[in-house]
Ligand binder design. Structure first.
Ligand code: F6R
Ligand code: MG
Ligand code: MG
Length: 381
């Protein structure tokens, strides 16, 4: 019987060059050297070292299944080795996303973002990897909805017998620490109740109605793990394509509408998610705007054939141009909402430290000194 293959995509920001703009080639070489060793030792079938902005991503194929201790430990060690290189080069924020002092069993909840899926490789297995910088987990909600539930995006939902049944969405409530499973098209409106609020509800997995994994995304929120601002999540996502899944073009189509995501400068602003070529995945303007790369692969007995740079296509030029227009307009708002995030989201930035300094200067509108609780309540709104 054929055995299943697992794709693990584990990413972290372990040092930026220059500032938070991009990944230094020495870190990528270090990661490749370490993963090569594990491939020779037989732990991995294949790997690719990916980068978007200041984040490095380890795409690994293996037969250890999801949440494997061995694979997570291996990724953690690679990030530690890369951190060493970053320290030597005095890169910015060396070791930034390694929130724990040491590895303990599972890398989830320790800082890095994780997207994993295990399946039986099909006769031909095309899949796409998306990797974003300067934005949060939850940024995939809108594109995943479009790919798997919106017939205006995915015509296969209407005309392909292999897709007409629709899909099953597994949604995480990352603040409530719970999850819900909703079917489309039957529960499409219920699904939108939640995933329209991507700061809290995130599409973790999409399945076919028969239970086959179709897409998975990293939902780790650094601020919730650390309880303070330590950089943005810069999430990753894997989508299987063709046949019973959306065609490659249907998977890419949502990115022609640059949707507005949170992140950008100091993780504190809304901005358009720009689909860009790998060679352009180095955010600089106002530390952004947020961007996403799309990489296409074929699997051949667990070996990774690719990547193909899917946004290296002039048909995305207009989306990029629109991003720049939206970015210009939002930037003109400067420190004002809705460019700046609402107060509730700013709680996880450095703003509360500044507000705390001003607390004693507040005076009651009734002419009395305000009580601290009330001050806090007012300040939070
Ligand atoms: C956003 C990001 C950057 C930094 C900014 C300030 O995800 O990483 O926009 O927040 O460059 O960085 P520090 O505070 O490290 O000087
Ligand atoms: Mg960084
Ligand atoms: Mg980053």
């Amino acid at each position: 019987m054929a055995s299943k293959v697992t794709l693990s995509l584990i990413k972290a920001d372990v040092g930026g060059y220059v500032g938070h703009a991009r990944m230094h080639p020495d870190l990528m070489a270090e990661a490749a050297r370490a993963l090569e060793k594990h491939t020779h030792a037989g732990t991995l079938i294949d790997f690719r070292v990916l980068a978007c902005g200041d984040d490095v991503g380890l795409l690994m194929s293996h037969d250890q299944g999801n949440d494997s201790n061995k694979i997570h430990q291996l990724a953690w060690n690679v990030f530690e080795d890369c951190t060493e290189v970053a320290r030597k080069l005095k890169l910015y924020g060396a070791g930034q996303d390694l929130l724990a002092d040491a590895f303990s069993g599972n890398i989830r909840g320790m800082g890095p973002g994780v997207a994993e899926m295990t399946f039986l490789e099909r006769k031909s297995e095309p899949f796409l990897v998306f990797f974003a910088d300067k934005t949060s987990a939850g940024a995939w909600n809108l594109p995943l909805f479009r790919m798997f539930a919106d017939p205006f995006n995915t015509i296969g939902l209407v005309i392909s017998p292999a897709m007409h049944e629709g899909y099953r969405f597994e949604v995480y409530d990352v603040k409530g620490n719970r999850k819900i499973v909703l079917d489309t098209p039957e529960q499409m409106y219920d699904l939108l109740v939640f995933i329209g609020a991507p700061g809290r509800y995130m599409v973790r997995n999409v399945y076919t109605k028969s239970g086959e994994i179709a897409a998975t995304s990293s939902t780790e929120r650094l601020a919730l793990i650390a309880g303070r601002y330590v950089g943005k999540d810069d999430p990753v996502c894997i989508v299987r394509s063709q046949s019973e899944f959306p065609a490659v073009g249907e998977v890419l189509e949502p990115f022609t509408m640059p949707h507005i995501v949170e992140g950008w400068m100091r993780g504190s602003h809304y901005g358009p998610l720009m689909p860009c070529r790998v060679s352009e995945a180095h955010p600089s303007r106002f530390d952004g705007p947020p961007r996403v790369i799309g990489l296409g692969f074929q699997l051949a007995n667990g070996k990774l054939v690719g990547p193909q740079d899917m946004f290296d296509d002039p048909s995305f030029d207009e989306s990029r141009r629109l991003c720049n227009v939206i970015a210009d307009h939002l930037r003109r708002h400067g420190p004002f909402e809705p460019h700046r995030l609402p107060m509730e989201e700013m709680e996880y930035t450095t703003l509360p430290q500044v507000m705390a300094k001003l607390e004693d200067q507040w005076q009651s509108l009734d002419g009395h000194k305000t009580d601290k609780t009330k001050e806090k309540r007012v300040a939070a709104h």
